[in-house]
Write a new protein. Sequence first.
Length: 228
Amino acid sequence: MIKPYFETENGKLYCADSFDIMREMATYSIDLIVTDPPYGIGAGTKQFFRNGTQTGQSVCPAGLNYEHSDWDKPLDRKYFYEMLRVAHNQIIFGGNYYTDNLSNSSCWLVWDKDNGENRYADCELAWTSFKTATRRIRWRWHGMLQEDMKNKETRKHPTQKPMALFARIISDYSKPDDIILDPFLGSGTTAVACEITKHKWIGIEQKKEYCAIAKQRILKETRQLTIT
């Protein structure tokens, strides 16, 4: 199996294609997948930013030019097969773009961005394998405005989600000893949330530049936890 790019006491980060890692995993060896995969809707292109779906120029960190990236390609069905095989449960943001690969669900998560009157999406949807009711989670995430203004997050990825949002989801839908997998880790939000909530985690990200960002975010958080 591929060696981890980076490890902490709680988790492992792999810099690889997640399909290659998941197909080596035993069936139901993971308790919960929490992920925000590429949607295949053209994010990362000039046209996408010009249409106003994201404000990429304002959040793109130095050295990264995700305006011209190819990271938002549609996912092949094989990734969904592996995600459904390796984990007991799944929470997949953007599942509404992949309904052909997912079963009907009674428990969609609705992230209300609380972003007022504007041309951006008011909410984002996450498909889940749980049999409970649909839930709405309200967490402001609109340009410079964030729910927790005292602890503002620096956006390192064009579709980065709030760490607190993922920490809440992980806490609400898993047990303390559960293993959390994110096959599309991006800038590391799921891993950081797991470090905060004390969950074991596995993160997989194909692009080296985002693995490096994820590593730095995780190191920063674990050092803060050690100090406090």
